[in-house]
Design a binder for this molecule. Structure first.
Ligand code: N01
Length: 533
């Protein structure tokens, strides 16, 4: 029988959060740390999402760690927006540079974790049945790592290959000469469809809800531009940390309807031409006021009608069921123009959902669409999915998934009452998915590292969020969302993409800069809202 291994801290996941946690806890605090990672390499999201066209929608120079000046100066990005292979190379470079691999156990999933009240330690059970213990357990499991294929009738009868964008084969897929179905038009589908269409004989896109997408205007990153940013990095990073979304965007013009119409349109033209998600922040009230929202939404509808030659297809692509910005805005390269290709067909599922998958394709509204392969760009059980997949049990054996049965409950999106010495990176109740993830990851990891350092210095063995502090925080998170248009969209932010999942707005909308101040103030006040013993 294998003996139980003992560490100071156990980290689940070796994506950008887990890697930085390992570096901070091991190299700065001198703790013994073990990271468990189910993949056979580092990089998390960027390890799994190898679908054609996968690319980040945050610019390379800012979708990168800021903790090491040497690292940020030596690494050279090649494009304005980083492609998945480039981000994965960067993750591997970081793993090598900081000797991270030696404390990461790959191909290992954590099935469960149980807190022992008597010893104030966590025991985790791995997928081979072995166990390991540690005083601290930190989850770095990502927000969008529990991929989901809907339970379509007949799904197993299809005789061709099927793929989920978030579980793409490492060796790639050759679609040459193939008829391909793509189900889903979120960020993943919108990136993959134009690239698959260039290779495949035919692509049939099955769209339930059209999404707003703005052009990326990706381009090579010039050496001059890179040098200019590197010279100003300290200030630019500080500005990003203090900003609302972890990305510095051009300032908004004011309230949409108070801005002169000509200026309004020229600002949207400017942002559309510049490319990127900053399009949605042209005005202060786009996600707060319906009439203001329509200004930006209708602008995008007009662009779609201009780009897409078939007026019926253009109308089907115009999103009208949710305000712009309330689902994650998509950032694309040639998405709408792809529908002008002869080898691309759009099938709207709005009135007729997918009836079933057959041995040769998909049946919609009584019509059979024959295909050779199916791509599921159908998203994730977001935020709670990856945590609920692990049987996490706190005091008295209570299960985190039971505590969260009516929606996630955390204090600051980093801890949960009843689960001492458990920290969660970018969990529900933190800005996470509404922000540049790397900025949010670094903030959480630094805060958690400081909390553990404080405990070590003060001889504290147990840090637990207080229930009242948690209740107040959950109320505050709900309150922040209730003043916006976000809850109007049936989005994965709301859990709306998973049948039966509670409809709760999961991330915190208070902004990255404001949230950081709250976390810092909690720490300064001796970890207010936590019981330290
Ligand atoms: O997933 P999604 P995603 N029948 O949930 C459809 C990040 N990301 O992987 O809208 C038919 O957004 C579903 O339809 P509907 C980013 O944060 C970032 O695309 O529910 N269709 C939708 O069209 C993003 O938001 C980047 O009606 C069904 C699609 O599948 C998040 O990941 C790139 C269906 C799922 O869209 C998730 O994006 C990629 C059904 N039964 C991802 N069920 C960048 O940085 C679902 N759908 C650029």
């Amino acid at each position: 029988m294998r003996t139980t291994r003992k560490y100071d801290a156990i980290v689940i996941g070796a994506g950008f959060a887990g890697m930085y946690l390992l570096h901070r806890l091991r190299d700065d605090l001198g703790l013994s740390v073990r990271v468990y990672e189910r993949g056979d390499g580092v990089g998390g999201t960027w390890y799994w999402n190898r679908y054609p066209g996968a690319r980040c929608d945050v610019e390379s120079m800012f979708y990168s760690y800021s903790f090491s000046e040497e690292l940020e100066q030596e690494w050279e990005w090649t494009e304005r927006y980083p492609s998945q292979p480039e981000i994965l190379s960067y993750a591997n470079h970081v793993a090598d540079r900081f000797r991270l691999r030696e404390d990461i156990e790959f191909n290992t999933s954590v099935d469960g974790a149980r807190y022992d009240d008597a010893t104030d330690t966590w025991t985790v059970t791995l997928d081979d049945g072995s166990q390991a213990t540690a005083r601290y357990l930190v989850t770095a499991v990502g927000c969008l790592s529990a991929s989901r294929v809907p339970d379509f009738e007949g799904i197993d009868s299809f005789t061709g290959p099927t793929y989920h964008t978030g579980r793409w084969p490492h060796e790639g897929v050759d679609f040459s000469g193939k008829r391909v179905a793509v189900i889903g038009t979120g960020s993943s589908g919108i990136q993959a469809i134009p690239v698959i269409a260039e290779q495949a004989a035919h692509v049939t896109v099955f769209q339930r809800t059209p999404n707003f997408s703005v052009p990326a205007r990706n381009a090579p990153l010039s050496e001059d531009e890179q040098r200019r940013i590197k010279a100003a990095y300290r200030q630019l990073r500080a500005d990003a940390r203090a900003s609302a979304s972890g990305v510095v965007t051009p300032p908004a013009l004011g309230k949409a309807l108070e801005v002169d119409e000509e200026l309004r349109t020229s600002e949207l033209d400017r942002r559309w031409a510049a490319g990127g998600a900053a399009f949605v922040s042209a005005f202060d009230d786009t996600v707060l006021d319906e009439a203001a929202n329509r200004v930006s939404a209708e602008y995008v509808h007009e662009r779609i009608r201009e780009i897409v030659k078939d007026p019926e297809v253009a109308e089907l692509l115009c999103p009208k069921d949710h305000p712009i910005g309330t689902k994650r805005i998509c950032v694309d390269t040639d998405y709408y123009a792809t529908y002008n290709r002869d080898n691309v067909t759009l099938v709207s599922l709005r009135d007729n959902p997918i009836e079933r998958i057959t041995s040769t394709g998909l049946r919609v509204g009584g019509i059979d669409h024959e295909v050779d392969a199916i791509v599921f760009a159908t998203g994730y059980d977001a935020m709670t999915g990856p945590l609920n997949a692990i049987d996490i049990r706190g005091l008295d054996g209570i299960a985190l998934r039971d505590e969260w049965a009516d929606g996630p409950r955390t204090y600051l999106g980093v801890a949960a009452a009843g689960f001492p010495n458990l920290f969660m990176v970018t969990a529900p109740g933190s800005p996470s998915v509404l922000s540049n993830m790397i900025v949010s990851i670094e903030q959480h990891v630094d805060w958690i590292t400081d909390a553990i350092a404080h405990a070590l210095r003060a001889g504290i063995v147990r840090i637990e969020a207080e229930r009242q502090a948690q209740d107040d925080w959950v109320e505050h998170v709900n309150e922040a969302a209730s003043h916006t248009l976000y809850p109007r969209a049936a989005s994965w932010y709301m859990g709306a993409n998973i049948p039966g999942k509670p409809r709760v707005f999961m991330p915190y909308l208070g902004g990255v800069g404001a949230y950081r101040k709250i976390c810092d103030e909690v720490a300064r006040a001796g970890y207010r809202g936590f019981t330290l013993t």
